[in-house]
Design a binder for this molecule. Sequence first.
Ligand code: F3S
Length: 424
Amino acid sequence: MHLSDEDKRMLNGGFGSGSAFCMRLLSKLGEAVDAERMIPAVSSHIVSFGYQIYGFVADCCKELDSEMLEGVREFKVPSTTNPKFFDLDDHKLVKRFQVTETTIEKMRVSMTHKKFEELGAIPTYTCTPFFIHPTRMGESLAGAESVAIVMYNSIYGARLNRETTPTALAAAVTGKTPYFGMHKPENRYAQIQVDVSKEVDLVSLRTSDYSALGYYAGGIAGDRNVVFSNLPNNLKIGDLKNLLAPLGVSGAVMLAHVVGVTPEAPTLEAALLGRKPEERIEVGKRELEGVYEALNSASEEKADMAVFGCPHAPLGEIAEIALLLRNRKVRDDAFLLIATSKPIKVLADRMGITHEVEKSGGLIVTDMCPHIFLWKQKDPDSVADIGRNIATVATDCTKCAHYLGAQGREIKFGSTEECVKAVM
Ligand code: F3S
């Protein structure tokens, strides 16, 4: 693999031991995938278990992070951050979940996000950095959150691979990434064509239906590039997010062309780069219903918690939920969470939407991933097992249903309205 003089200097310790470690990691990855050279990454999206979870895995990650950051004074490229455990300064959340002061103090000491901020990370703490930190078509990035990867590739026409936590951090430190996979224009053609059957009324698809469609397609696509051939080209950005995010959950899709939306796919032929698709599937009502059946495990209509915003909700999605909550009240023994990023929450505050949600007993939470928040994380003092009393979760997001179901919780996967009703 060809390395520039600067890459070699970095590899040989000219920029300190952390940078050398990071360049070694990236060059080994490059060799493993037959990359011919390193290329500049214009930005990176960092995910670290050091500020997301507790216990043995978190400790291992912290050790690795500190080796990779040894001697590093600042990140070489703008680097956004994935959600942390939760916003420790969110007093409403702390009060509602009865998190004790001792626990908060332990978390403050344990969580490593401050280190990333000292190095210049953009403290987005969201899995939807693309709403805040956009990019241009053709730019190469690095990043380790499946939602960010598929959205940057598919909606912006930017180029990035499905990376790991350490390689995304290494790209932030070095400003480089190996040239392979999605960075190469010739690899960006669609391999599997997804046609939505005429029997599906595209105008009336709900948040959960888009999510189910993406989940179904991802399960068949695996790691192949997808093209959605016949979706309306005026889909809302939230619908696109809900459609594309599950492709990296039931599958490992990095790029899904939506004809008429993806910059590289003005037509189906352009998405296929003039080839024939390897496979063509039609998704009808039966397939979508199958996803609902597969993800639903709850026996009761009622749920202990309703979770929205997985991936983090844009403003329009929050406003729709606020409307559904009007003149309704969340049960005292239930919770309703809408996860989003801080800048979006600020706008919701200013528009009075937050007040509407809170009046009904819901909470708009920032910086956090509901799945990680509810994860049965064990440390010696059980400080992090916050969701221990939550058995049933209602959600309109397949990603959330998939991961919380895997944690052993009962899942009620349904429309936004059904999920709201489940906690009334
Ligand atoms: Fe985001 Fe967590 Fe869902 S990172 S996509 S809120 S599982």
